[in-house]
Design a protein around this ligand. Structure first.
Ligand code: NAP
Length: 344
């Protein structure tokens, strides 16, 4: 089997570190690994499949010099904007975790279980975009439901973990909790988030938009429509909560007029969908929670119930590890699908 030279840009970040774990778990066919970060991280070590690699500085000529075949990017939008085209130009297929290219018409935006066929458009720009973390776990549960009944509208509220803002987000929550127990929470720094995140919830993620929504909320609207190839209505409220890892979402779906929801069929459709699992027994306290989803590659769905007024409205709750399902695992799954397509 062919092996590939794999670059990971953002190798020392929350998503980058998770990519190494997933490459290891999936025994990814790596010929050479090139971990890349800023010059502050040069020389740090990364272990993968029994070998140790040293982090190198991200430079313009590194992709050509190292003959990179596959480049995973997770170092933020401005790094992607500058370096993804350079990596693609040097012959690599780029899988980008930032939001920079997601809505470009000639860049496929892919969740492999939902729209794997879109990967074939990678050749146009050499770039495949990974959707926003909240979008990925939501479309994983929307796709089987859309196939079943046809979605007309979605209303979603998110409960997003602090690691969604990278390592600094997780560290800030831990530090503020330590400061709380030391009676000095008032002096604790607020850098990753605008407000105190410990013992609080913040209904504000990313920048405000002229329509009153935030950029994170509009990403969920625009990206979901692009992935599902459908212009359904969607309204999102994105909220940061004091959880370290795994995003949760409370979702209300309105199906086409005239649909009379059958809950057994809904649960069957969700359970039969790749990488989605129903976990739903309210009497026994069984439902998805961040501590259940963390470190897994499954999107868990529970609290599935019909609306008490309308027969075509469904409510449910879903949870997934956003560093894995919402970023690293999705990126590695895209790469594996790409390899499959290219070797046909
Ligand atoms: P993070 O923990 O803050 O890590 C950032 C990474 O980028 C580090 O490896 C850092 O290297 C590197 N970097 C920063 N400036 C650089 C530069 N000038 N040159 C080279 N490398 C540089 O952030 P993260 O959470 O992993 O997120 C990274 C990207 O993934 C973002 O675009 C984010 O939107 C996206 N994403 C994140 C999540 C999530 O849940 N966290 C989910 C989906 C997508 P140094 O250590 O050397 O500074």
């Amino acid at each position: 089997m062919r092996k590939f030279n794999v670059a990971v840009v953002g190798a020392t970040g929350a998503v980058g570190e998770e990519i190494f774990r997933i490459l290891e778990e999936k025994k990814f066919p790596v010929a050479n690994l090139i971990p890349l970060a800023s010059k502050n991280s040069v020389g740090k070590e990364v272990k993968l499949l029994g070998k140790t690699y040293k982090v190198k500085e991200l430079t313009e000529d590194i992709f050509e010099k190292e003959e990179v075949d596959i480049a995973f990017f997770s170092a933020g939008g401005s790094i992607s904007a500058k370096f993804c085209p350079i990596a693609a130009e040097s012959g690599a297929v780029v899988i980008d975790n930032s939001s920079h290219f997601r809505m470009d018409e000639d860049v496929p935006l892919v969740v492999p279980e939902v729209n794997p066929e879109d990967i074939s458009a990678w050749k146009v720009r050499g770039i495949i975009a990974n959707p926003n973390c909240s979008t990925i776990q939501m479309v994983l549960s929307l796709k089987p439901l859309d196939d079943l009944y046809g979605i007309k509208r979605v209303d979603v509220s998110t409960y997003q973990a602090t690691s969604g803002a990278g390592k600094k987000g997780m560290e800030e929550l831990v530090k503020q909790m330590q400061d709380f127990f030391a009676f000095r929470l008032d002096e604790s720094k607020k850098e990753a988030f605008m407000h105190q995140i410990a013992l609080n919830v913040i209904p504000h993620i990313d920048t405000p938009q002229p329509n009153g929504f935030t950029r994170e909320e509009m990403k969920m609207v625009n990206e979901s429509q692009k992935i599902l190839h459908k212009n359904f209505e969607l309204a999102a409220t994105c909220v940061r909560v004091p959880v370290l890892r795994s995003h949760s979402e409370s979702i209300t779906v309105t199906f086409n007029d005239g649909v009379d929801i059958d809950l057994d069929r809904v649960k069957g459709a969700l359970n039969n969908f790749e990488d989605v699992e129903v976990m739903d027994n309210l009497e026994e306290g069984i439902y998805p929670m961040p501590i259940i989803a963390t470190d897994t590659d499954i999107t868990y769905v529970g609290r599935i119930r019909k609306d008490i007024y309308e027969s075509n409205i469904l409510h449910f709750f879903n949870v997934a590890d956003q560093l894995r399902v919402g970023a690293a695992t999705n990126a590695v799954r895209i790469a594996l699908k790409w390899i499959e397509l290219e070797s046909e």
